[in-house]
Design a protein around this ligand. Structure first.
Ligand SMILES: NC(=O)c1ccc[n+]([C@@H]2O[C@H](COP(=O)([O-])OP(=O)(O)OC[C@H]3O[C@@H](n4cnc5c(N)ncnc54)[C@H](OP(=O)(O)O)[C@@H]3O)[C@@H](O)[C@H]2O)c1
Length: 244
C-alpha cells in the first residue's frame, strides 16, 4: 500500500467487525476519509470532514450504484472491506445435520453471504485506482474452506462462504487485467465477539473470541502486507493462507 492519504470504504459499517474496521481506519493517519455503508446507520456514527455514512443494502443494486456515485465524488478508494454477512436470523440457525437443511434458509444465506459481496464488488471495484495499489477484501470464514472442513455441519453458512471465495477469486482475475496493482482477497477474521458469533459462543464469549477492535487491527495489518501477487487468495487474521 502507498502511504499517502486515501479513501477507505467499509460495507457493513453497522456490524461488530465493520464498525471496528471503520473506527480503526478513521484512526489511521494515512486514511483521509472513511465511508461507511450499511442498511442501518450505526448508533455512534457522526459524519464529518473525514467520515461519511451512506445507506446501502448489498442486495439492492440501486443503493450500491448510488453509493458508488457518492464515493467517486470523493476520489478513488484504495481500501474497501466488505463486512456484511449472516449466520443466524429469525428462522435461520447453523444446521447440525442434513435433517435440518431447508431450501429457503440456504437461498437466504447464499444471497446475503455470497451474492451481496459480489454485487458490492461489481459496483465498487471499478472505482479503485488503475495506476496504484489498492486492496478490496471481503470477510469470509475459515468454515468456508473445503480442505479445512473436518467437523461437518453448518451446511448453508459453509457453502455460502465457499461460494463467496470463488466469486472473489474470479473477480480478482478480471480486476487484475485492468488494475495491475490491485489486490482482491477473502479474509478470515478469526472468532470475534460480535452479534453474529454470540449465539454460538454463549458464556465463553470473552475467553474464546477476539475483541472486534483487535480483529480489525489484525485484518488491516494483513491487508497492508498484501501485494498484487496475493490477489485472489484467502488469508486469515494472522496473514497465513487458508486452504481452499
Ligand atoms: N464474528 C465472527 O466470529 C466471524 C467469524 C468468521 C467470519 N465472520 C464474518 O465477518 C463478517 C462480519 O461479521 P460480524 O461478526 O461483524 O457480524 P455482525 O455484527 O452481525 O454484522 C453483520 C453486518 O452484516 C450486515 N448485514 C446482515 N444482513 C444483511 C443483508 N441482508 N443485507 C445487507 N447487509 C446485511 C449488517 O448490516 P445492516 O443490518 O445494518 O445492514 C451488519 O453490518 C461476516 O461476513 C461474517 O460471516 C465473522
Amino acid at each position: 500500500m502507498t502511504s499517502g492519504p486515501d479513501i477507505a470504504v467499509v460495507i457493513g459499517a453497522s456490524g461488530g467487525l465493520g464498525g471496528a474496521l471503520a473506527a480503526a481506519l478513521g484512526a489511521d493517519p494515512r486514511v483521509g476519509h472513511v465511508v461507511g455503508l450499511s442498511r442501518r446507520r450505526p448508533a455512534d456514527w457522526r459524519d464529518g470532514a473525514r467520515r461519511t455514512w451512506l445507506k446501502a443494502d448489498v442486495l439492492n443494486e440501486g443503493s450500491l450504484a448510488a453509493a458508488a456515485e457518492r464515493i467517486a465524488e470523493l476520489g478513488a478508494p484504495t481500501r474497501i472491506v466488505v463486512a456484511t454477512g449472516v449466520l443466524h436470523a429469525p428462522g435461520i440457525a447453523p444446521e447440525k445435520s442434513l435433517r435440518a437443511v431447508d431450501a429457503a434458509t440456504l437461498m437466504r444465506l447464499f444471497e446475503v453471504n455470497a451474492v451481496g459481496p459480489l454485487l458490492a464488488a461489481r459496483h465498487l471495484l471499478p472505482l479503485m485506482p488503475r495506476d496504484g495499489p489498492s486492496v478490496f477484501a471481503a470477510l469470509s470464514a475459515r468454515v468456508g474452506s473445503l480442505g479445512d472442513n473436518h467437523l461437518g455441519g453448518w451446511y448453508g453458512y459453509r457453502a455460502s462462504k465457499a461460494a463467496l471465495n470463488m466469486f472473489l477469486r474470479t473477480a480478482a482475475i478480471e480486476h487484475q487485467r485492468s488494475h495491475p496493482f490491485a489486490v482482491c482477497v477473502a479474509l478470515h477474521p478469526g472468532t470475534v465477539a460480535t452479534a453474529l458469533s454470540a449465539p454460538i459462543l454463549g458464556a465463553d464469549l470473552g475467553a474464546r473470541a477476539f475483541a472486534p477492535a483487535v480483529a480489525a487491527e489484525r485484518l488491516l495489518r494483513v491487508m497492508d502486507g498484501l501485494t498484487p501477487a496475493d490477489t485472489g487468495g484467502f488469508f486469515a487474521w494472522d496473514g497465513a493462507r487458508v486452504p481452499w
